[in-house]
Design a protein around this ligand. Sequence first.
Ligand code: RP5
Length: 160
Amino acid sequence: MGKVAIIMGSKSDLPVMQDAIDILKEFKIDVEVDIVSAHRTPEKMFDFGKNAHSRGINVIIAGAGGAAHLPGMVASLSPLPVIGVPVKSSNSIDGWDSVLSILQMPGGVPVATVALNGAKNAGILAAQIIGASDKDIQNTIITYKESLKTKVIDSSKDLA
Ligand code: RP5
């Protein structure tokens, strides 16, 4: 059974990151959640990045805003796949700063970056990564995608 670690630079990121927590809980995937700041708790970040894979974590979701170094720094320390969530935070100019800080990683240190405030997709992507080697989780994703289709088909009825 896979496990996802969801970390964020500040508790102020939680309203955005909650979407990742919620969808992973809906999929019945084990999550751990913590505040890890690249700027304010660099030692904790180093410890987390170095040890997450040895603690049974399979995928890391990292959210941060503004000068959003957390996902890239953790990716530099960990062999695990890292999904970055750019957060439009109080110190973010317009969200582009968060997006580009997380997206524009140099070759060799990938961060799979989702949309601005796109924590829900980060959760789904983490589940899909785990599902690549876990048939039960993959079946959960198949069912979820079917439900998206059904919702659209239902919403197109009785439009006029
Ligand atoms: C980033 O600075 C955090 O990830 C957050 O998005 C932003 C603002 O943090 P607070 O000042 O609200 O703690 O490092």
